[in-house]
Design a protein around this ligand. Sequence first.
Ligand code: NOJ
Length: 742
Amino acid sequence: MNLKRLFFQPAFLFLPLFSAFSQQLTVDQKVADLLSRMTLEEKIGQMNQYNDDWIATGPVTLDADKAGQIRNGQVGSLLNCVGTARTRKWQEEALKSRLKIPLLFGQDVIHGYKTTFPIPLAESCTWDPELLKKSARVAAVEASSAGIHWTFAPMVDIARDPRWGRVMEGSGEDPYLGSLIAAARVTGFQGTLGSTDGIMACAKHFAAYGAAVGGRDYNTVDMSDYLLWNVYLPPFLAAKNAGVATFMNSFNDLNGVPATGNAYLQRYILKGRWKFDGFVVSDWGSIGEMINHGSVKDGYEAALSAVTAGSDMDMESRSYKNHLATLVKEGKVPVALIDEAAGRILKKKFELGLFDDPFRFCDPEREKKALSNPDHARLAREVAAKSIVLLKNEGEILPVPESVRKIAFIGPLVKAVKQNKGFWDVEVPGVDSSFIVSQWQGLVNRAGADRLLYAEGCKIEGTDKSGFPEALRVAEAADVVVVSIGERRDLSGEAKSRANITLPGVQTDLVLELLKTGKPVIVLINAGRPLVFPELSAKAPAILYTWWLGSEAGNAIADVLFGTVNPSARLTLSFPVSVGQIPIYYNYYNTGRPATTDSNRFYNSSYLDESIWPKYEFGYGLSYTTFAYSDLKLDRKELDAGGKITVTLKVTNTGKRAGTETVQLYLRDKVASMVRPVKELKDFAKVTLAPGESQTVTFLITDEKLAFYNARLEFAAEPGEFDLMIGASSRDIRLKESFTRN
Ligand code: NOJ
């Protein structure tokens, strides 16, 4: 074969030659080599992400010829494309493009793929990052088997406002716990990136999205750098340090600049100070939405603003596709910027091994196996049981004694199936709902159908009380009444803000009627956010906050109701007494006129008509046993720069059942160059003890625990006195000491 003929051979004949050559290169060299062979349009194509038309998680734009654009190398990634059959179909199209660059398939795998774990806020109440690493791992094993390369998780937004529907997706209000969980989830999802079951994680939404004014989704955010760096950014930094492959912009503007076009966030902080080397994807349409914000005039200016600020991939707005080439040709955007963005994306494709085998995540056999692995359901059940928070247990009516003859299981959520998955579940093609264990089924499995009585009582919403008489009749015939009420699963989530975070419909009335029977009533509250339920917290003897527990909800609830699992979850988001208290959070500043009790309101920072305290505070949660704290010791009371103090204390199980306590360590920097919070969680330990058993818990105090971002945004500890508080919650402080840092 002469050279000329060789030159005109189809490209695939060169592939073995190229891949042998490319194996000698580093990933960066492979990226540079590929970029050198790409046209400007092909590079911009890599920066363009479309929704597959199958499902939508945002306002859809239909493209006339998506397949044609993919074949032309104009698309780098698809989202909402799941299952081996569908991902294979689109990947085959991508391989018809000139350079055969494979597509990336991204998906919101937020709390499980098929096996659905509790919503992330519920999971965070386990205070168990290692466990959450495992649940993220299972999600990745399942999703990767179904063709997915990339999850848009974890959501690491700190949130202080339960009206915001997206609190369900995060880990609550605390930056320390939030950071540990962010890192754990990233590690769990990604496993070893490059293996076939590690998927790229995405820290979102960058940044400060959780501080939307009034808890209204997508709303504006105005925030000091001091608050941003000390409270809202730490979980993002933790995700970055854990090696997260991608970040996602947030929808909000931050101090007048939309996050998507915000160079301070992306260029200065993320890619500058933090040296993040993955890529940034916009949120759905957020590049184009800068027009609505009023920070740009049109798509052309939007593309310029976003790419300059550091957004590498355009999810669904088409601004990059429509305008970047012109911007480059006009000299407004340097080619180097395009190379940087496309290069970051291509690098991940190389690292995932997609150039070696574009279908390595797409194996129907593996998919079948992964989606029916009984270990996954077992883990989901464990995580779910550990996510249930016991808010009240008067007269120790829980756990339900084995000897109970008849249990009335009443309420609109008893027999619901899909509701248990909560928001942001994944609709897996070809999988029906039969794998979800309803609450009814869970109790049948545990107690047997012949011990159970059922009445729906009412619907979640609406004013219809016609089911009450039947519910009362059923309650009268039972020894114990369990009522399952709550929100609809889609009353929390994206675009699901609520101004009134009460229990919908007549559900409260139903419980109040049932209480009149004099039977012991246990209330299960299913929700994606903290709700306000003053009458029930006053009158119901037992309340379990179940959140949305996922596909093993029924079994997990039965485990806790009957005491097979002793509840150990602790709240990660404060529950307000009333909406007027919001935002309410434990790590507030003291003010010049601090209120310390509700009885001293005279010229103090308080309300005339409401408590200053939450109903249930951060770190709160009961157990079926009790714990005593004693013997707090610090090995020294002074700390030099770079030194450490060893803190020890004794925890004893003083009740009659084995149980797990979450021992919480809070610090307060008493005088500093900036006002510091009244307390900040800086460590915790989970201790499992048999009745009567004691254990010594040890914590280390180092400069890192004392440091904060000061007015110059340096992370440093300052000399002075610190209070150290050991608590069973952020309010229930059991032991106190103080020490000095020199
Ligand atoms: C918008 C949401 O804000 C984001 O979290 C999600 O990943 C994308 N839509 C894609 O569904």
